[in-house]
Design a protein around this ligand. Sequence first.
Ligand code: NAG
Ligand code: NAG
Ligand code: NAG
Ligand code: NAG
Ligand code: NAG
Length: 492
Amino acid sequence: MAAELKLPIAAVTMATAALAALALGSHPHHGTLRAQPGHTARFDYKTRYFEQKVDHFGFAEDSTFKQRYLIGDRYWNQDGGPILFYTGNEGDITWFCNNTGFMWDVSKELGAMLVFAEHRYYGESMPFGKKSFSNPKYLNYFTSEQALADFAVLIRSLKQTIPGAQNSPVIAIGGSYGGMLAAWFRMKYPNIVVGALAASAPIWQFEDLTPCGVFYTIVTNDFLKSGKGCVESIRNSWDAINNLSSRAEDLTFLSRTFNLCSPLQASDVASFKSWLSETWVSLAMVDYPYKANFLQPLPAWPIEVVCTFLQDPSLSAEALLKNIFQAVNIYYNYTGNAECLNISQTATSNLDDQGWYYQTCTEMVMPSCTDGVNDMFESVPWDFQVFSDNCKKDWGLRPRPDWITTVYGGKNISSHSNIVFSNGGLDPWAGGGVTKSISDTLIAISIPEGAHHLDLRSSNAKDPSSVRKARALEVKYIKKWIEEAKIEPVIR
Ligand SMILES: *[C@@H]1O[C@H](CO)[C@@H](O)[C@H](O)[C@H]1NC(C)=O
Ligand SMILES: *[C@@H]1O[C@H](CO)[C@@H](O)[C@H](O)[C@H]1NC(C)=O
Ligand SMILES: *[C@@H]1O[C@H](CO)[C@@H](O)[C@H](O)[C@H]1NC(C)=O
Ligand SMILES: *[C@@H]1O[C@H](CO)[C@@H](O)[C@H](O)[C@H]1NC(C)=O
Ligand SMILES: *[C@@H]1O[C@H](CO)[C@@H](O)[C@H](O)[C@H]1NC(C)=O
């Protein structure tokens, strides 16, 4: 079902952006791996599988499935050294593992074991095998609550079975949706994890906790500061496309100018525009200070490179769109290997759009909107009804937009403790994140020059000082939680 998602622009953009963002949870980079060939051995882990209950919350469904997890214990102090536990998000866990260099970088100093747990319904961790997505009844166990319960059960088992791990304090770490899970894990299972690092975690991108336009305003600001004329060029491009989308020869012009894999039909113009929007959003998330390959291989500060093509917003529609092509070609063809551009593809195949789309259609309703004034996009208001109708059509069910705030507390989380929320000033997801400390133990760390969870990436010679400071502070808090756990062991 829903193999081919058909959504109006706003919904597509939102789903994909959310996905990407969420997906982005962790990150980064084969670029760094290549840049530091001598260090690749650090990423050595063993792949394991854990027999996990399909349903933790009822008793009628008694089946089990194999949850994949990865363990790296090269630097683990077997005498109660801590466990850093990555709360897997919407994709293949090996990709998040390879792209969360921060955990590998700090493992030696902390004497820590690293565990990366795959989220159910992603990667190899399918509760009903190949059938998992074939019928809504098999998807019924696809919730964040079940995923958190998987993590809790897995950790208890690891501590019971790995000699020396019994008294190991566990720290949850995650980025993007994985960061939301890390924070929620600490809130719901303080008996299992002593603290959490939630990087770029938009836990307030729900209901009316955050104005729906903030996300796209941040995207626009990233382009605004990256080059003169850039935002105006993109803002004008929508009209240019609209002006060139009715006649057959205009559609041919667009298809040829953008080297599209399949010729554009009049009915594809909306998808074409949302593909461009998603491209700008993705660039904002991965606007890293060095050459990297998270969603796509990209140069350092890719938005600045993109903006070099977009300096003159006053050109004719044709000339403007030729420049827009040069700009998106940086994103899709930096390697020079792309034969054609496919408007059905934006991010990496390591993220599972279908799985994330299902989650947005159930629990993860994250309102987003544009107005064309505070942002550079066409104006599309948030329309829950349209969104919900699409979910009904594609999955046969309707979302519950107020469930996440009900179950995880919305803004009323001051009774919790030991969570660090980090956010990047360039990251559109910072809009729905916790950017001000709530108490002495619910700490916000800001990284003004950071895009989507830059702090979770491997350290790099080109890292701005703000991310170095953020990482040092994160390690300081992690050590504090570990020390406190030794003084006051919790009953497990
Ligand atoms: C992660 O790294 C391992 C080991 O280097 C490699 O085998 C695997 O394919 C990588 N996974 C992804 C999704 O890049
Ligand atoms: C699109 O067409 C309208 C009406 O002809 C014109 O005013 C506008 O300048 C055009 N926009 C672009 C970007 O070409
Ligand atoms: C990608 O770049 C290469 C090298 O510049 C070029 O030959 C190719 O046509 C480009 N692909 C697209 C889709 O434009
Ligand atoms: C474009 O991408 C879609 C979705 O990944 C894929 O099904 C389709 O085959 C691709 N088209 C071309 C011409 O590569
Ligand atoms: C927040 O939660 C506390 C209990 O933890 C409750 O007393 C308070 O009324 C709640 N505040 C709001 C605004 O819901």
